[in-house]
Design a protein around this ligand. Structure first.
Ligand code: ATP
Ligand code: MG
Length: 424
């Protein structure tokens, strides 16, 4: 049973007991029976899940309290504070009209005990009984309004506290993301320094090997086998040199060469380039926004990012599938999506995707996405991942639209965090 129902039952029992013990059988009898009957009817109505259940409960309570007060000394009854119960409950519910209504009903109920009391005809306006009754009625309103306004203040503070907690939580998440991003960038910088050192150490002996074999090749070698072998050394040395150059390009901090470019065009070039290597049963669909504005980007760097995302998607569809490339313009941003119907990414891998050297491929370096995240971050954008295991993956790049001004500066509207992941 709800609090209000319990209060009503207690009030009804008290009213009945007092009526039976001390009730004035005279003209009060009709009123008391009527009140009980009315209260039971109202209680039934209130139990029908009415929208205004609490108001009906209050009305029932006021009728029962009036009965109790009337049978225990009317306006002098010690039970008059019971009127404040429905007033406080409604005020705590933050229902101002309800507070006024319940206070008015309580005043009418309490006032009627004076009007219908046997002494009523002897009283004049200046009698202290009238003064006392009016004071008590004013007290009902004061209590109702004080509780209402205090409750409002409390509720406001509660809402403010909830807002503050939500904002703190958002800041905390933002901080965590920034921390992950910084740690990823630090790792990339360390790898860059390390590879630069290694490259330097390897390049010197390599150039000696290369120049020595060049010299041997320029000699008139009698032995054919010797010529073939030196050619092989030369070729392998060049390949190694090429690899080091590639690796350095890969892991050095990116220095962007910004120009106003059409993203659709860069994407299409990547598709054309990779078309040759496309395995059978892989279908590529290009759905570009024809009204995509130009934006300040490093063409080569973006080409590298798109190529890696393209190859990753193709490699994730060993049994064929569909890769959709989409672009769209949203207010100050450009969104580029690579949507594949491949294997998807297990949830446990999502947080590591952008870590340098994270790979699930035998031949992979695991640097593709780490570098992509770096490049996109340098452009003031971010990469989002959404993946469903077994159904495919969507990588979305969000780039701010930036212009190169006449004095060579960039007009910027960057989006925050670089990387965010989601998986089902
Ligand atoms: N579209 C995709 N679908 C499923 N898994 C993906 C997808 N893209 C990336 N991955 C996962 O993320 C890992 C890291 O990708 P990343 O491009 O950084 O390196 P890689 O592709 O393994 O190596 P590399 O880029 O040097 O060839 C991949 O090994 C793969 O497990
Ligand atoms: Mg890759």
């Amino acid at each position: 049973m709800k609090l209000f129902d319990q209060i009503n039952v207690l009030t009804a029992v008290a009213a009945l007991v007092f009526f039976l013990l001390f009730g004035d059988a005279g003209n009060a009898r009709l009123y008391v029976y009527g009140a009980f009957f009315g209260a039971i009817l109202l209680q039934y109505l209130a139990s029908q899940h009415l929208k205004e259940k609490h108001l009906i409960d209050s009305l029932t309570n006021i009728i029962l309290t009036t009965t109790l007060v009337y049978t225990t000394g009317a306006y002098e009854s010690a039970f008059f504070p019971l009127y404040t119960i429905p007033i406080i409950i409604i005020a705590a519910e933050q229902h101002l009209k309800g507070v006024i209504l319940v206070c008015t009903l309580a005043s009418i109920g309490f006032g009627s005990t004076l009007i219908f009391s046997p002494q009523a005809h002897e009283l004049t306006v200046f009698d202290h009984e009238i003064f006392e009754t009016v004071s008590k009625i004013i007290l009902f309103f004061v209590i109702g309004l004080v509780v209402y306004f205090m409750g409002r203040e409390y509720r406001r503070e509660k809402i403010q506290t909830a807002k503050m907690i939500a904002s703190l939580e958002a800041q905390n998440t933002e901080l965590q993301r920034a921390r992950t991003e910084i740690s990823r960038q630090e790792k990339m910088a360390a790898i860059g320094r390390l590879s630069a050192g290694i490259a330097h150490e390897i390049r010197n002996p390599l150039s000696i090997i290369k120049s020595s074999t060049d010299l041997i090749q320029s000699m008139e070698l009698e032995n054919l086998r010797c010529r073939v072998l030196t050619a092989a050394i030369q070729e392998e040395a060049s390949r190694l040199n090429e690899f080091i150059n590639d690796f350095l390009r890969y892991s050095r901090p990116v220095k962007l060469q910004l120009e106003q470019r059409d993203i659709n065009e860069i994407l299409h070039q990547v598709v054309n380039l990779a078309q040759e290597t496309l395995p059978p049963h892989v279908n590529v669909i290009e759905t570009y926004d024809p009204h995509l504005p130009l934006t300040a980007v490093d063409r080569n760097a973006l080409h590298q990012v798109f190529l890696n995302l393209f190859l990753n998607a193709i490699q994730a569809m060993p049994h064929g599938g569909q890769l959709t490339l989409k672009t769209r313009h949203i207010t100050h941003r450009i969104e580029i999506a690579f949507i594949d119907t491949g294997l998807g990414i297990p949830r446990k891998n999502l947080s590591m995707l952008f870590e340098p050297f994270f790979t699930t491929k035998d031949e992979g370096t695991g640097l593709g996405l780490a570098i992509a995240a770096n490049i996109i971050s340098e452009h003031g954008g971010r990469i989002l991942v959404d993946s469903e295991l077994g159904n495919g993956t969507v990588f979305t790049i969000v780039l701010p639209i930036r212009d190169i001004t006449e004095d060579g500066n960039i007009e910027d509207s960057p989006v925050s965090d670089t990387v965010s992941t989601h998986s089902d």
